[in-house]
Design a binder for this molecule. Structure first.
Ligand SMILES: [Mg+2]
Ligand SMILES: [Zn+2]
Length: 164
């Protein structure tokens, strides 16, 4: 059976922007959380698919381009691959809050995109979302998948033990 671990980006895969309500616009702004890289690799070696869902309103505000965000995600993936893992797919909501789209968390659209992409629509009991904000928790609840809050002491077995 397929298992999917979904990660939020800012505050989970990487440290959140230094100034609240600013954005990560270049790889120079990005500081990876090393222990999440270890969690990704352990999960992948334990046959979990791993992906990321992230709100990036900076694109809608025209301060970040699609090429710009691809460069950031390629950089994250290079680090994961260098550490022995496989690259992640990033599901991105580029919209403004005022666009009222279905993908911007706390709406569940990004999670549904991921479930669709991996063919997991009917096996949602094997999906865990790790996030750091109330909006992440809400999107997991709306999508009907399990939720686990991120912390700096989080490790792989904590996530899996609680949800297996
Ligand atoms: Mg976050
Ligand atoms: Zn959206």
């Amino acid at each position: 059976m397929k298992k999917l671990l979904i990660l939020d980006r800012d505050g989970v895969i990487n440290q959140p922007p230094v100034v609240p309500h600013r954005y990560i616009l270049t790889i120079q702004d990005l500081i990876l959380n090393r222990h999440i890289v270890e969690i990704i690799i352990k999960a992948q070696s334990d046959n979990w698919l791993v992906c990321c869902v992230t709100n990036q309103q900076a694109i809608g505000k025209n301060i970040l381009t699609y090429q710009g965000i691809s460069a950031i995600h390629n950089y994250v993936n290079e680090n994961i691959v260098e550490s022995g893992g496989r690259p992640l797919h990033f599901f991105v909501c580029p919209h403004l809050q005022s666009d009222l789209c279905f993908c911007r968390k706390p709406k569940p659209g990004l999670i549904f995109q991921a479930l669709e992409a991996y063919g997991l629509n009917k096996e949602m009991d094997k999906v865990i979302f790790v996030g750091d904000q109330e909006t992440d928790k809400l999107s997991a609840e709306f999508a009907g998948v399990m939720y686990h809050p991120f912390s700096n002491s989080l490790n792989y077995s904590d996530i899996i033990r609680k949800h297996s």
